[in-house]
Design a protein around this ligand. Structure first.
Ligand code: CMC
Length: 426
């Protein structure tokens, strides 16, 4: 017998079913609430609202757990590759050898972008943020590759095309912003190797591939690959719910990710650490300002809507950071600042009582700096990582038998009905 909750309001009493997930988390199904009582619910920021059932990612914010399709993030980061994780998220199961080979062939086949797209890059003003450019370019893919999906095979092609081309577009935008020759993808390189080569190879200085750098990039992308119903994923689902095409939905996700409270935090963390390094801000002042309710400043890279303990991705990222800097013999002063900041914050009553711990963005920027990625490309790196998650969530919503156009309601607080006043009487 499934559980229900009895809801009484005025003379109406209704039974609301309780929905239970495979990990035991529960929700009240209020889909009949308005019809039966005339009431809606209010939940600013959707802090208590589940918008779908999903079989992709499980998070437990109290225990610091993250799993993709049931597999712990720690195991995937240690043993898998980004390509394999992308396949897992989108298709639900780890690929067989034959399946991953086929996926790699497709990623290679679709890695070039239409040459006409190169002209777009030249039309953006010099200071354009790469996230704005990426969002526009992904939206433009629909015009260049208009035929999207019909059969399962066609959907797979569109999905693979997108994963492959986003990486090429990101590297291209970097090269063009520097006024350098574009480097094309190579069939002999892996997904991550290809990205690094397209970013850093030059006719006068061939890029020397370092296994540890490739591995650090792969782990970075795996850690970002999905995070259930976060802001950008919700944007992808909401836009997609109007039955818009995959490219436009992902373009909306990229735009949503850009903000400093979400994906843009990785750039904001480094900018904060650099300010401290330049002595424009002290560590103690940063902590003090972040606790002051009259100051909008927040300690970037700290806090999370779901995690009320150490973000499991941040733990892995910190290890990757230490390993990479050690291997490359890099002594980054920002790492020392970050570690001191973390120690102070973790022992501060405000941060303890508010359950504020480092999130994935706290150490990721230092890893990206060590790889050679410029700061304004950090959030683009997050977007490349999050892409398989967005695609998996978009596909799941398209196949959901309970699918509905996403359309929240509101409580109107504006003026009540009043009559129009002609201009001469105002
Ligand atoms: N520094 C200082 N105080 C903070 C911080 C912070 N980074 N984060 C939250 N708080 C305080 C906040 O002032 C509030 O205090 P009070 O209850 O006394 O008014 C309390 O903690 C709850 O904050 P909230 O804004 O209601 O919580 P939220 O769940 O809406 O915010 C967050 C989550 C990530 C937007 C927020 O923690 C934040 O702004 N962090 C800094 C930006 C950041 O690092 N973002 C990356 C998130 S992880 C990457 C991703 O998945 O997008």
């Amino acid at each position: 017998m499934s559980e229900t909750i009895t809801f009484t309001w005025k003379d109406r009493t209704i039974e609301l079913p309780v929905v239970e997930g495979t990990e035991g988390e529960k929700a009240i199904d209020i889909s009949k609430l308005r019809k039966e009582t005339g009431l809606i619910t209010m939940d600013p920021g959707f802090v208590n609202t589940g918008c779908c059932k999903s079989a992709i990612t499980f998070m437990d914010g109290e225990r610091g757990i993250l799993r993709y399709r049931g597999y712990p993030i720690e195991q995937l980061a240690e043993e898998s590759s980004f390509r394999e994780v992308a396949y897992l998220l989108i298709n639900g199961e780890l690929p067989t050898r034959k399946q991953i080979t086929r996926f790699s062939v497709l990623l290679n086949d679709h890695s070039l972008v239409h040459e006409d797209m190169r002209q777009f890059f030249g039309s953006f003003p010099m200071q354009s943020h790469p996230m704005g450019i990426l969002s526009s370019m992904v939206n433009a893919l629909k015009s260049f590759y208009p035929y999207l999906a019909g059969t399962r095979e066609e959907i797979n092609t569109t999905v693979t095309r997108l994963i492959s081309k986003v990486r090429t577009l990101a590297a291209m935008s970097y090269k063009i912003s520097k006024g350098h020759t574009v480097v094309y993808p190579r069939p002999d390189l892996s997904y991550c190797e290809n990205f690094l080569n397209m970013m850093f190879d030059s006719p006068v200085r061939p890029y020397k591939m370092d296994h540890d750098v490739v591995n650090a990039l792969s782990v970075f992308l795996i850690l970002h690959a999905d995070h259930e119903q976060n802001c950008s994923t919700s944007a992808v689902r909401i836009v997609g719910s109007g039955r818009v095409n995959l490219y436009a939905s992902i373009s909306a996700g990229i735009a949503a990710l850009w903000g400093p409270l979400h994906g843009g935090a990785n750039q904001a963390v480094i900018e904060m650490l650099e300010k401290i390094d330049r002595r424009e801000l002290t560590i103690n002042d940063a902590v003090k300002k972040s606790k002051d309710k009259n100051d909008p400043f927040r300690l970037m890279g700290f806090g999370h809507r779901v995690y009320k303990t150490y973000d499991p991705r941040a733990k892995i990222m910190k290890k990757v950071c230490d390993r990479l800097l050690d291997k490359l013999h890099i002594n980054d002063p920002l790492l020392d600042i970050a570690q001191t900041l973390e120690d102070i914050a973790l022992n501060d009553d405000y941060f303890i009582s508010h359950n504020l711990y480092p999130n994935v963005d706290f150490y990721s920027g230092i890893v990206l700096r060590a790889i050679g990625i410029p700061t304004n490309m950090f959030t683009v790196m997050f977007a490349i990582g999050r892409l398989p998650g967005w695609i998996a969530q978009w596909k799941e919503s398209m196949e959901d038998p309970e699918w509905k156009l996403n359309r929240p309601r509101q409580i109107y607080t504006g003026p009540v009905k009043r009559d129009y006043i002609p201009l001469e009487n105002r």
